[in-house]
Design a protein around this ligand. Structure first.
Ligand code: KG4
Ligand code: ZN
Length: 329
């Protein structure tokens, strides 16, 4: 399987500093037919008879109007090509993308990877999931407010960094040196790091960043040094919380593997620090993460979820509906 970017809304959302549902829906509707043409051409499939056996589409979770745009289009193609549809879960797509990734190739994982813990971190989700077999899950904990990616995006905006905030904060953090004594060192919280549950909360971190920024003079706020120091501290605060809770879950459930997925899983520091922490456990769990480009949203992860859930394919295509709050189970 190969992945290619056939359509992206990132440039558009950059102008507005985030994702707006009506805008995203309009763009999906505009881009999907072109994306389909491009994908078929690239895969050398004919439009008349593409020679495929089913179509997979995201049923949820997500923004209702965006989900419907994808579902309606899939229903249209399914009736044109007389194909069944497999409705899939977006979060599971991220999880499987990382679990099946072996460098640049994809492989069905052996049974020995279970039980596994998955940390799925994206713009909409922060979840710790336990899986004892392929396609079966229970959520151990999740964010009570903002998702980790959302926290990157919102704090980036405070600092005047572009959307999406995650890659911008990561790149800026890498520029941070030892801060000179021009301003006091920021001291950001690690929300819920010591609570016994597996839940997260990131909105307090965003507020702490705002308060710190407001307390600085304009000269400090606009200095490269302050922005880079804050970016590094924001990234480290998010990583500290994610690593501490994930490592505890792996230990408690004696997990054989840890799967890191979702857009935030593209973060190099998170990948490195999490692996370093897991390497200290005995026995050391296996670590799975998709290549960074396939951690952020892509069609391949949805195709993969469709492959795993072939049994769920249905010819009753009109019964497929958007489920904005769909939970992995
Ligand atoms: O999974 P995804 O592409 O879309 C959702 O399902 O939400 O995740 C997007 C999120 C954004 O919040 C973005 O800032 C974050 O992933 N992200 C990153 C990095 N690349 C993308 N966060 C931290 N470091 C990165 N390198
Ligand atoms: Zn996603």
């Amino acid at each position: 399987m190969r992945a290619n970017v056939v359509a992206s809304q990132i440039k558009l959302h950059q102008q507005y500093g985030g994702v707006y549902p009506s805008l995203a829906k309009r763009e999906h509707a505009k881009n999907l037919p072109f994306a389909l043409e491009k994908a078929l051409k690239h895969a050398k499939l004919s439009r008349k008879n593409p020679g495929i056996s089913a179509l997979a589409v995201t049923a949820g979770p997500g923004l209702d109007p965006c989900l419907w745009t994808g579902i309606t289009m899939t229903q249209n193609i399914a009736s044109q090509w007389n194909l069944p549809i497999i409705p899939v879960n977006h979060v599971e797509g991220h999880l499987l993308m990382s679990l099946f990734s072996q460098g640049k190739t994809l492989k069905v994982p052996p049974k020995s990877v279970f039980p596994l813990i998955a940390l799925i971190v994206s713009g909409g989700h922060t979840q710790l999931i336990l899986s004892k077999s392929l396609g079966k899950y229970s959520i151990l904990g999740e964010t009570r407010d903002d998702a980790a990616g959302e926290c990157f995006d919102k704090t980036a905006r405070i600092l005047g960094l572009p959307y999406p905030g995650g890659p911008a904060v990561a790149a800026t953090a890498a520029l941070a040196g030892k801060p000179a004594n021009v301003f006091s060192k920021p001291n950001l919280p690690r929300p819920m790091i010591r609570t016994k549950d597996y839940d997260f909360s990131f909105s307090g971190l965003k507020t702490a960043v705002l308060y710190d920024w407001q307390s600085r003079t304009q000269k400090v706020r606009e200095s490269q040094e302050y922005i880079a120091t804050m970016a590094k501290e924001i990234q480290q605060s998010i990583i500290d919380v994610l690593v501490a809770k994930t490592s505890r879950a792996v230990q408690q459930y004696q997990a054989k593997s840890l799967v890191l997925g979702g857009g935030v899983a593209a973060n190099k520091e998170l990948r490195t620090q999490l692996q370093k922490e897991l390497a200290q456990q005995t026995p050391k769990p296996a670590f799975f993460a998709a290549p960074p480009k396939l951690c952020t949203d892509n069609g391949l992860m949805i195709a993969l979820a469709g492959y795993v859930h072939q049994n769920a394919k249905t010819k009753d295509i009109q019964a497929i509906a958007a489920k904005p709050h769909l939970k992995i189970q």
